[in-house]
Write a protein that binds this ligand. Sequence first.
Ligand SMILES: [Zn+2]
Ligand SMILES: [Zn+2]
Ligand SMILES: [Zn+2]
Ligand SMILES: [Zn+2]
Length: 330
Amino acid sequence: MTFPASKLRLGVLSLVVSAVLVAIKFYAYMLTASQAVLTDALESIINVFTSGFALYSLYLSGLPKDENHPYGHGKVEYLSVGFEGALILIAGLYIFYSATLAFLEPHAVARPDLGIALLSITALVNLAVGFLLIRSGRQLKSVALVGDGQHLYLDAVSTLVSCVALLLVAATGNALFDAGAALLLGGFIVVNGLRMVRRSVGGLMDESDVVVVREVIGELQQFRRPAWIDVHNLRVLRYGANLHIDCHMTMPYYFSLDEIHNELNDIEALIRERFDVEVEMFVHADPCTFTSCSHCHMPECPVRHHPFSKEIGWTLTNAVKNERHRLVAE
Ligand SMILES: [Zn+2]
Ligand SMILES: [Zn+2]
Ligand SMILES: [Zn+2]
Ligand SMILES: [Zn+2]
């Protein structure tokens, strides 16, 4: 992956806009002393830090493989998500704490009219920039930019909640609406942070991506050839956007190295074509034994010991295990 200047420019734009909006939101908090506005401002300040770090990790993960990072640099993206998640979690817990205090002992909200005006401006800017990021992110096929844009949309929604809270406070004079909105937003932020940390840990621990594993097995099953007797020990690792896939394939033991090499090349090409992202695939060849004969399709096999009985379909269960396939009867 290269790092086009337009992607970088859009990333920087979102960073600068977020920084300006944070300043406006903190100004609004100073005017209103509203818990909901504080919540909104805190969430935005995290956005500034995290989009900065995300920009850096986007740059790192796009670096080509080199001799000291033979699998590429894609995994740094999980670190960025984890960092962002941890920050969001801490902010969410703080907001929860401070909103609970405000709930128990509500203090007055000043100048809700000014607060609403300032917040509305930030929401409009967020919507406009978010729209721009999502549209160009789709054109540039950048998951990170689209994600950034969706985040800005979400920000606008939480700003809307703050505005409604200020409106209710202005209409009723009851500051509990303010603390209630802050609690609601705080809960939302905590859940969001937990989800991001969870995703980051899954990626760093090489949690298997069952959807991709199923796709690989389905593709092999659909185009399987007689010489591909059984596939086992199939593993998929995701490195940022790229995939590393390896598996064992049992093949006729009397094939020449040349024949095996051709079959393996075809398997690798088949799987590589299936995915849009870069795929690195290694297949290890196992020589067949006579326990395979009863489910082996090889026509005119010169060494067949048992007649063909029936095919064993390749599934998530038998293709992932590190064990050759056998018919139960044997
Ligand atoms: Zn490197
Ligand atoms: Zn094996
Ligand atoms: Zn080769
Ligand atoms: Zn055979």
